[in-house]
Design a protein around this ligand. Structure first.
Ligand code: PSU
Ligand code: MN
Length: 314
């Protein structure tokens, strides 16, 4: 795959040829984030998972568009070389929406969060995006005010986001309340329970669920007709047999939160710190679960994108 070679004005999008062709022909495209590659998974698994995710999207008949910033260029769809750079460079910064202009103006390298990826995907005309777990309200938010910009961005970004709920390191109940306030649609995929990222069930329920990808596509088209400008979260649970052991999960989380506090980890470092703690403390078990989450979500996102493309060209 070769990305479009022309370097454009700062801040314009460099859309890979295969992504552009699919968009022009009304075929399915799935946006993929890059923070998960640079900051969410350790090397060398990160590059392997990023490639696996792109492969599964292709195998379901959609074109993957991983979004990242390299040398100040905003890329929608990465060549193998660029994907490798996101995975292995030490100077790739975690970039949310507010960081985009500075990193581009400076000609730097950035991996986009759910917030920044959704924003760029919207600009490129993409409709479906797959990730692992959304950011949200942190457990100590009452004191720290730490709430992910994923939430406020999804409030104003019309995008269907396939995920396994919000990361279980967060205050899930508070995050669901915020999603309600922010008009973000939440749809359980073949479930009435809100998934818990590493865990199949967060213990919270959802008001709406969809049976299959065609039903998701129908809901997407009604949202368009009604000009709903916020995001639709499609929450896809892991099968119970594949989840992290819930007791191990709770124990490792408690330890991780204590360590983060003791080491004064704050701001955008909190999420990568806790994910890394999980991967170490579970001796890789959480890494395997995280990988399965991302791959399964990408597979579902591809099916939804194909159903959506079919309904729009019908
Ligand atoms: N999901 C994962 N791994 C990750 C993330 C999500 O399975 O690393 C990233 C996403 O990029 C998400 C970010 O947007 O964590 C949230 O970070 P924060 O809490 O600092 O907003
Ligand atoms: Mn934060």
């Amino acid at each position: 795959m070769t990305p479009a070679a022309t370097a454009l004005a700062p801040g314009s999008l460099t859309i890979a040829d295969d992504v552009q062709e699919a968009l022009t022909e009304g075929r399915a495209v799935v946006a993929l984030e890059s923070t998960i590659i640079s900051h969410g998974l350790p090397r060398p698994e990160n590059l392997r998972v990023a490639a696996e995710v792109e492969d599964i999207v292709r195998s379901r008949g959609a074109v993957p568009a991983t979004i990242a910033i390299l040398d100040g260029q905003v890329h929608v769809g990465l060549s193998e070389d660029l994907l490798e750079q996101v995975a292995n460079r030490d100077d790739v910064i975690k970039v949310s929406v507010r960081d985009l202009a500075a990193i581009v103006a400076r000609g730097g390298h950035g991996a986009t969060t759910v917030a920044a990826t959704s924003h760029i995907a919207m600009l490129a005309g993409l409709r479906v995006f797959a990730t692992g777990g959304l950011g949200g309200v942190h457990r100590q938010a009452r004191d720290s005010w730490d709430e992910s910009a994923d939430l406020t961005t999804l409030a104003v970004t019309p995008m269907t986001v396939v995920c396994s709920g919000v990361k279980s390191i967060l205050d899930v109940g508070a995050t669901l309340e915020r999603l309600e306030t922010l008009n973000v649609g939440v749809l359980g995929y073949a479930t009435d329970s809100f998934p818990g990222f590493y865990l199949t069930d967060s213990g919270f329920s959802v008001n709406w669920s969809a049976r299959d990808e065609d039903e998701v596509a129908r809901i997407m088209s009604v949202r368009d007709a009604l000009k709903i400008a916020s995001a639709l979260v499609v929450a896809n649970p892991l099968p119970a047999a594949e989840q992290l052991d819930p007791d191990l999960h709770d124990q490792v989380l408690e330890e991780g939160l204590r360590l983060a506090g003791a080491r004064n980890v704050v701001g955008k470092d909190v999420t990568p710190f806790l994910l890394d703690h999980f991967h170490r403390a579970t001796h890789g078990a959480s890494l395997l679960v995280n990988e399965r989450i991302i791959v399964r979500n990408a597979e579902l996102a591809a099916r939804i994108a194909v159903a959506d493309a079919a309904s729009r060209t019908a």
